[in-house]
Design a binder for this molecule. Sequence first.
Ligand code: AMP
Ligand code: MG
Length: 309
Amino acid sequence: MNRSFTNKIILALLIISGAFLFYTSCSHPMNSSSYVVFGTECRITLPVSDSKKYFDILKQMEKKFSYRDENSEIAKINKNAGIAPVAVSDEVFYVISEAMRFSAETDGAFNPLLLPVIKLWGWDTGEYRVPTKEELERYLPLCDTNNIVLNENDKSVFLTKKGMGLDLGGLLKGYACDVLYEQLKKDGIKKGILNLGGNVFVFGNKEYKVAIQKPYAERGVVADNVFVKNKSVVTSGAYERGFYNNGNYYHHIIDPSTGECAKELYKSVTIVSSSSLVADVYSTAIFVKGDKLKSDFLLNYPEAEVIFN
Ligand code: AMP
Ligand code: MG
């Protein structure tokens, strides 16, 4: 990785601060440690002395799911776009199937096949640029969710057109939170706080206060507090990651119907849900679609909450 790219990643990490929720509560001593995984700071706070096992789970997940890691299963699927189906592990098949199910459920507002357009904007390298209308029109068909074939029998995934690509960045941290929580329960750990770059999951028999970052304000400025128990709190916002070009601000959440940055209907969308995967998907999707999707979401997921800032 060249130095300027590394610097840009570090800068991006600082900018992502918007997604960082913070929390209080808990009277028993807890140990907290953090690592950079999924390109962001992941902090695990548990009543155990060593969280290495849980960071290892996250790192293994990153190796499997990151399109940036050329040995990942996702990178293999992308390399074989337009060439051949790729047999993948049960876990990768499951997550991609879920991503496609959510894509249908959100009427396309959540789309895990946006990589060709994400690359046009330079989000993959940090060398940002504003694509032309013609470029977006040319590349958008490659993001069409009809062009992926999932074969349940041999657990293979086929992107039928050359140039297509999967990017699970819109749900991976949520999925990872849920996986960690299941493992922690199996290990008999009764309370904890997981914060994967702003995807927060709190569990235990106490209620936690989770503070939501005020969009575009300095890191740590609170817009809202929520009181939750055994729930995930996930926020998506344009302010989390973006760049300026000719005085205009461009951000990382794409409207799949145009390939442009999603219109900022709200500065941020926070979802509270017992599933971090659901919270992650819908914070992104409701950011794109706004109120209309919010009503459908709450009908389908009555346990969840939506907070706009
Ligand atoms: P989040 O931070 O969870 O809102 O997800 C944003 C990330 O998901 C972006 O950095 C992209 O990698 C990817 N992404 C952007 N727009 C979308 C979208 N409409 N649907 C799914 N993933 C997206
Ligand atoms: Mg998301």
